[in-house]
Design a protein around this ligand. Sequence first.
Ligand SMILES: [Zn+2]
Length: 419
Amino acid sequence: MGMDEAAVRYTNAVLIDDEQQTHLGDFLLHSDGSWAASKGDEDVVQNLDGSKKLITRSFQNWHTHLPMQLNARDFSDGLPLQEWLEKSIFPTEMNLTKEYARIGALASAVEMIKTGSTFACDMYHFPEAIVSALNEAGVRGIICGPQTQWPPREGGDDGSVRKELDSQLASNRPENKVQYGVATHAVYTCDEDTLLGGKELAEKHDAHLSIHISETRKEVADCFKQTGMYPVEYLDSIDYFIPDKTICAHGSWVKKSEMRTMAARKTILAHCPSSNMKLACGGTASLPAYKQAGVEVRLGTDGPASSGSGLDMAHEARMSCLVQRHDHWDASALLAKEAFAMATTGSQDWAVWNLNDIRMSPYGKDNERHISNLIYNGGQCLDLWVDGIPLMQSGKVTTIDEDKLLETFNDAVDQYYSL
Ligand SMILES: [Zn+2]
């Protein structure tokens, strides 16, 4: 067996494994994402003091619009979804350029790193700018680009955007940390040709396909008026879903029969509770019902503008626990440990949290309270590892100059809004 030369060792740490078992002692974190107890004599690239530190899998964010950090939080606060899109977001996005998208995505990548996330499934314009930002930051992603040029002015006509996405998708390699995918925004913004054109492109390249589904009652009512079907029924009737590859965001206003269809088509649901509440959608995905139907559910923050709470996945997991219990009148509807599992599904990366922090105490005599503390109370991520590469150490982002970026980002936002 060959020696893993890129392993790092943490001594005297707490580690929570994939089964949420807690281990105490000295650990090797290998560059392939696996871990082992350390005997103390292995060759390592770094030997780190792990005392008062908690090692967990990193968060995975399954629904984002990373460049929308440009429109984050105060922007159009108070508008419901449809008005927010039509009066605020779409007109502003007319001025979006590749460079603004890159700067917004970089700012989001920094926020992801600081809050312990190493993966985003994104949907936005100028996917190549987002891919470049994530590569620079060192985080993983599936970046789904639209196949139509809408709404930014920059970028040419529909045909050229589709051709460009086609060649971007052709550049996907299994070893790339960031992959291209295809976005079809929603049934109320894409006609049948656009939806199926997106599917065709994704299938051609064995790529992911992403869509917003049944986010509001209006979307469902409008779809029913036009097609006589609910959104999932309509999409299934045109044979839209690609098994294991389709990511449906929200799924808030969905019938149980539609959930069974989603399970049969092996779609992945991205539950985005903060966004649903901030935009007053009046409901969010019913996790007990999805579970019963057998749908794979993951967690997403949605865009930093729509969630109102940025890209902090511990925060999002807490929101999910609260809204599931509130909606179902059931205090056991989603436990912190279940929310943590949902928020870290499939992670091969490691986040190291500060236990020398009142928010993470008390941790219990058997170290049994760490996950609940992290989810309910938040914590400070100190180190973040992807493929043996540190994206942050001791709370300092190592891949991007954060101070410089903050300046560039604030200047860019000022310019963007004065256009
Ligand atoms: Zn979204």
